[in-house]
Design a protein around this ligand. Structure first.
Ligand code: TXA
Ligand code: MG
Length: 328
């Protein structure tokens, strides 16, 4: 679990900011969120403004415990109840039918709402002190890399956020797994911190996963989680050769060097030697992308991990980081 650096008075102050309609950046086990009182449409509207996010993109409502779920949704199908009891607090978001308490501003006009209980002591302390639900997207500008430290949030949002709660670096490092649990067989809308295998073990049946290239719901555009540098994905065995070629052609290349090649000398601008475990890769992923941006890379060469366990979420984020971008 992440170290708790925010004090009790910080938590009280943050709860006060939420009550006054302000925005609080809060740590979760996945990434930092940009939080507002879920029941205050004006505060929710400010989130979209600060992020530069289109208002049609729905947000996640964070609550303090699974026992509060019924307060926010119309009905909880048996499979959703099972998943909530099993995985909360934790990196799982359930999409259910919207309860009347949730303003349409928070759901991008949808009649469904995404809900989760974050597994971070600072987030849980804030939710308990505040008493209500907190809508929070990742605390980054729309389309860019999600923040996994308080410094990332400060660097990216600056004065746009009224108070930053520092809870140390995020343990999971990629966002929650989003599951459509509105009825019928639950399906994965976005892979994340809870693995498909773990969900299937609890549900006792296989789950559908979206192909990463298709836009399934508002807020899941092809280009997302993107650093400034262009990201190009190649086969693992071609990473070194492609990176060196691009460097020779005049690019400032950053390379994600697959585990096992750590000792290879690569003639490029910057190298990230990937960790061996998928958990460590997920935890570091967004920091690695930010680091290569900071080092002045204009091109990042990487390959996809095997899409099992957390590899599914890492591959999803890398594909989106490499996705087509709007013309600037
Ligand atoms: O780990 C996380 O989920 C982080 C932390 C802060 O909790 N939050 C996060 O929020 O990743 P955000 O806004 O960056 O991504 C939430 C995504 C939206 O982009 C959208 O795809 C999906 O959740 N979503 C929200 N409400 C939905 C709904 N009613 N139906 C389908 N998808 C929904
Ligand atoms: Mg996000």
């Amino acid at each position: 679990m992440a170290s708790v650096t925010a004090s009790t008075s910080d938590i009280e102050k943050a709860a006060g900011v939420l009550r006054a309609g302000g925005l609080v950046a809060l740590p979760t086990e996945t990434v930092y969120g940009l939080g507002a009182d879920a029941e205050d449409p004006a505060a929710v509207a400010r989130i979209f403004q600060v992020k530069g996010r289109p208002p049609s993109h729905p947000l996640i409502v964070h609550i303090g415990g699974a026992e509060q779920l019924d307060d926010w949704v119309q009905e909880v199908p048996a499979a959703a109840r099972l998943l909530a009891e099993h995985f909360w607090p934790g990196p799982l978001t359930l999409v259910l039918r919207r309860g009347s308490r949730v303003p349409l501003e928070a759901t991008g006009g949808l009649q469904t709402v995404a809900v989760r209980v974050p597994d971070h002591p600072v987030a849980l302390a804030l939710l308990s002190a505040f008493g209500g639900g907190v809508t929070a997207p990742s605390a980054n500008r729309f389309g860019s890399v999600s923040p996994t430290t308080a410094d990332h949030v400060r660097a990216e949002l600056g004065d746009g956020v009224d108070f930053v709660l520092d809870g140390g670096p995020c343990e999971v490092g990629v966002e929650s797994t989003i599951v459509d649990a509105t009825g019928g067989a639950p399906s994965i809308l976005r892979p994340g911190g809870v693995t498909r295998e773990d969900l299937e073990a609890v549900l006792g049946c296989p789950m559908a996963v979206p192909s990463s290239s298709r836009v399934r719901v508002p807020g899941q555009h092809p280009s997302h989680y993107a650093p400034r540098a262009r990201v190009v994905l190649v086969e693992p065995e071609k990473v070194v050769a492609e990176a060196e070629l691009a460097q020779e052609l005049g690019h400032q290349v950053g390379v994600f060097l697959p585990d096992g090649l750590a000792d290879t000398a690569v003639k490029v601008h910057a190298v990230v030697a990937l960790p061996g475990s998928l958990a460590a890769y997920a935890r570091g992923l967004y920091g690695f992308l930010r680091e290569l941006d900071q080092q002045g890379c204009d091109l990042i060469i990487a390959s996809l991990p095997v899409e099992e366990g957390l590899g599914l979420a890492i591959a999803n984020r890398l594909r989106r980081a490499a996705g087509p971008r709007p013309i600037a």
